[in-house]
Write a protein that binds this ligand. Sequence first.
Ligand code: ANZ
Ligand code: ZN
Length: 825
Amino acid sequence: MNYDFHEIEAKWQKIWEQEDKFHREEQKDKEKYYMLEMFPYPSGKLHMGHVRNYSIGDVIARYKTMKGYNVLHPMGWDSFGLPAENAAIQRGVRPNDWTVDNIAAMQKQLKELGLSYDWDREITTSHPSYYKWTQWMFLQFYKKGLAYKRKASVNWCPSCGTVLANEQVVGGECERCGSQVHKKELSQWFFKITDYAERLLEDIDKLEGWPDKVKIMQQNWIGKSQGALVNFKVAGSEDTLTVFTTRPDTIYGVSYMALAPEHPIVKKLVTGTEYEKIASEFRDKIETLNEIARTSNETEKEGLFIGKYVINPFNGQKIPLYIANYVLMEYGTGAVMGVPAHDQRDFEFASKYNLPIVPVIKPKGNNSDIDINNLKQAYDAQGILINSGSFTGMENEKAMQKIIEYMQEEGMGEAKTTYRLRDWLISRQRYWGAPIPIVYCDKCGTVPVPEEQLPVILPTDVKFTGKGQNPLITSEEFVNTTCPVCGGPAKREVDTMDTFVCSSFYFLRYTDPQNSLRPWDYNNAKYWMAVDQYVGGVEHAILHLLYSRFFTKVLYDLGISPVDEPFKNLLTQGMVLKDGAKMSKSKGNIVSPKDIIEKYGADTARLFILFAAPPERDLEWSDKGVEGCYRFLNRVWRLIIDYKEIYKNADKNIELSDNDKELRFMTHNTIKRVTIDLEERFNFNTAISAIMELVNALYQYKDSIPSDNWNNKVIIEAIDSMLLMLAPFAPHITEELWDITGHAGSIHDQNWPCYDKSALVREEFEMAIQINGKVKERIRVSSNASKGDIEQIAFENPKIKETIAGKKVIKVIVVPKRIINIVIK
Ligand code: ANZ
Ligand code: ZN
């Protein structure tokens, strides 16, 4: 007979909810632990990735609670975003209604998993009580000069007449209608994350509890480069073009300059010349390609001479000016000095357009592999400068510094550090987001909405057509307002904020989620922050985590956040795969959590997902594995039902037999193993298998020893410990069994078991080793060592090894607890 998980799980979920069991308050005298999992987008349906993410978090939260911490474990909804708006366009439902329904459905599913959230702290980013603070954040950034507006290009679908998010552009085409997507310049809001580039980079060192791979990804994304700005005069004009280079040491090898086709000076330089038309055509062609396509090694370098020359300030040489696909407007200065001999991209470009390839660095010593005057590819290693005026003969790394100093003295350029990181474009031409709290007045210009007027509420009288700039424009009520400064007529900003803004401070808001006067009370945040353990998908390794770090630093500088890094430890869980591929609708390999819970129960679902692989690794779904976990829980159930009576007579047979000692050893050794697995490395899979072994040992004890000889105290200790350790993984069945075995109170309020060191010391006996009847050595052997173990110990003993070396062993006789007799010839 299998246990009735349906009834048991529903029963305890109801009790926990009635008791508000996982609600936590600040407790100054108790050490806190802040456990956070990335909050979900409420799509309406839980998938296995969620189950994994939240099961991992729940085990840690429950374990830390049992270890005596005051554990904050909140949950909420990242509920602004495109799908709600698409539902409005396609099916005419209101984004808010759609979202609210989905949240209800998902919350129900999360509760069915028995997750220990403090639901009193639930937040919903699309609710005015939350987005008021998103808008408030914007105002603080604005006041600090960290929010600004400038022109930037968006993806524009001419046939839908609408702006598309990057994920709506598939292969350069509109996801909805298939027309070619264009770039269009719109005035948009940015957060100045670049002001924090250096600190974001430096403080990566503080993130000791983060995986290296995530730290490296952040480092690369920030992309610090040190080099120089060099000014080149345009021949026959007053204009100067400035390039950014990381290799000023190669300045004598420059044989052309290339600009990004969209560089604003290009227009000026070609207007009225024969190059005007072709330059503009070239620009139109290149602009539709994204950055990755433009800079990929695979992409063929393409360019166009635009009829002008520039002067190398070091040697006065006149070099041709091109526009080229591989030069990006958004990096450095949008201009590159081409050094074909030492840069591979430049080498390919020069080869194609027959430009000189002038080597200025040669390898140190004799390197016969490289013919520097006849290069097959760019030489990008270190070496000695050649053909470089007064710098010739220097090591190139030293020359770099000298050349920069010289440039600075002569006013030709300067040292410069650049970052690949760009400012964060937060404007979205969308309805379902937090409105940017800005008003435009003809008289007063750009006016921030005063804080006391927040939130700027999303209107409901909007039309969702899928066409036109932004549905918000269709609400007269919203758009037309009065200027907070002069009281005259004014228009509201209709852009809403990127949803990454909402998720950049939610972890701080959880510390005081209902505060309506402030984003949170500083003391509450001080008690709970930083997050001790954050768990989520590696797909958020860059943007979400970087934006959250940025927000935390800005808020720290403003005295609003007590910490300058939000997440002490980070765990990025692996994917859930089926048949080797990520579960996805398109592959049709989805296993629905709902079905699994229906068939086996939440405890089995949780146990399987934690048992099947260590948390960072990908996990292969296995129906057999799920059934195995289900069988295991049933085994636990029957074991306790069989043993139940012993709880009535706990003091029977106080004397410890060898078997009792052995069971005690198992119990305490398991506690030790499981504690280390949970404490030090979150190795849930090995922790679970240790618990399984203890269950086996309990069965063995029961089946091999007559019940008259049972030491009830030892059995009870083993069972209680086993249940306590299993509780974070399978919270319902363990709660029920804790109750059935007559314990008072919830298992989840108990202390984590401690192991008794003395139980781990096994009794030892002295045994004599005889060779051909003569005692040669005495050794100590543990009471539970098998005959094979004892023989092995004997043969590995140095003295014995020596004595029998080169001899033939005829026979070994082991007299338990006394003698090992080895007969040799
Ligand atoms: C001359 C040179 C010689 C360069 C050489 C490299 C090697 P990282 O390291 O990624 O910062 N560059 C500068 N601005 C660019 C832009 N807007 N689009 C494309 N490429 C650009 O790269 C810096 C190098 O990338 C710069 O140094 C520049 O080429 C190029 F042997 O200048 B270099
Ligand atoms: Zn005004």
